[in-house]
Design a binder for this molecule. Structure first.
Ligand code: AMP
Ligand code: MG
Length: 350
């Protein structure tokens, strides 16, 4: 398959390209598009055979459900059994934006889109290109991140090309994304909203709107083989670079010492090493390929750079990645959540 790559200026959208994308989506084929979080791989959410193509292109396990993207609030009602009051409040405050809500689904949403669940994940992205594309398609768009399953999510159209060239019909290149990590997912089917995946919209931002909010315990640690997480995707390997990735946690002076020592050991043995640090510590590392994820003073820069750095190390084919931990404030939970998964929960306390 020939993948068409089209550059789109989000401030001056070429609607003839949007029409072309809409036409492709209505035909049941796939279009990758930018959002404010990461690039999505879109297909008609109401067409089971179209969503099946997403699983195939990504190599994604079929019980890992997709998020349905809409561009207008009136698209929600035909998809869900009810819209709880707390969901309405959250939508009013955060849509369009990086918040995905889980609803009880109507039969209009095929099982193939929700991995067989009787619930459906829905969000309205805050990106002009994404909204114009969904408008042009005239159908809700199922879209997981546009990466090969397991790899770091794509934050540029080039990342999407690396994983999806020849597998999908079209990529809309709207430039680098803003936030850089996936949306917050909140289950609003119960009395107390429950965070299933942390993201830019954090617990206290949610609590300011709807009062008490719970966090699914699967977010906090690795899933064991026998558990049944609420968000099926939680049990799969995610966001992972090809190299063996370990983080070092503790007093920063100890962390620097431990990483330098380990990097030297590996290099002496003939391995290549990538180091993930911050602007504040960059000058302190003596060995390997040192990449700063940004200043610790700006959490959005950190989330923006995270997947790019993991993919850069993949491109350079380093054998080992050694990293600092990033237990920062607002976004910290979300950043550490992605880093822990990328590292397969390998953390050394020093
Ligand atoms: P991705 O778009 O690749 O970031 O993946 C979408 C994620 O959304 C899945 O891995 C699930 O964790 C979550 N998700 C989607 N639909 C549901 C649902 N109905 N219930 C719970 N979690 C969901
Ligand atoms: Mg994903």
């Amino acid at each position: 398959m020939n993948t068409i790559l089209k550059k789109i200026d989000k401030d001056n959208i070429d609607y003839s390209v949007m029409e072309m994308a809409g036409e492709i989506l209505r035909r049941g084929e796939m279009v990758a598009f930018p959002t404010e979080t990461v690039y999505g791989l879109g297909a008609n959410a109401l067409d089971e055979s179209a969503s099946a193509k997403i699983y195939e292109a990504k190599g994604r396990p079929s019980d890992n459900p997709l998020i349905v993207h809409i561009s207008k609030e009136e698209q929600l009602e035909p998809l869900v059994k009810e819209i709880p009051e707390k969901a309405r409040l959250l939508m009013e405050k955060f849509w369009p934006g990086p918040l995905t809500l889980i609803f009880k689904k109507k039969d209009t949403v095929p099982d193939g889109t929700t991995g067989g669940l009787d619930t459906v994940a829905i969000r309205m992205p805050d990106n002009a290109v994404a909204l114009a594309m969904i408008d042009a398609a005239k159908v809700p768009i199922a879209a997981p991140s546009a990466n090969t399953s397991g790899r770091p999510s794509p934050t540029t159209a080039n990342h999407v090309m690396d994983d999806m060239n020849g597998r999908i019909s079209m990529i809309l290149d709207g430039g680098a994304v803003g936030i850089g990590i996936e949306s917050t997912i909140v289950d609003v089917t119960g009395e107390i909203p429950m965070i299933l995946r942390p993201g830019y919209i954090n617990k206290s931002m949610l609590e300011n709107v709807v009062g008490e909010v719970a966090i699914d315990k699967a977010i906090l640690g690795p899933m064991d083989e026998n558990s049944h997480p609420k968000a099926p995707g939680m049990k799969y390997k995610h966001y992972a670079p090809k190299a063996d990735f370990t983080m070092y946690d503790g007093d920063i002076e100890n962390v620097i010492k431990a990483i330098n020592k380990r990097a030297k050991d590996y290099i002496d043995k003939g391995y290549t090493v990538g180091i993930i640090c911050s602007d504040e510590t960059r000058q302190r590392y003596q060995y390997g390929d040192v990449e700063s994820i940004g200043t610790r003073q700006n959490e959005i820069t950190i989330s923006h750079n995270l997947y790019r750095i993991l993919r850069d190390f993949d491109d350079k084919e380093v054998d080992y990645i050694l990293g600092e931990t990033f237990n920062t404030k607002e976004l910290g939970g979300a950043i550490m959540n992605r880093l822990l998964k990328a590292a397969g929960y390998q953390v050394e306390n020093v």
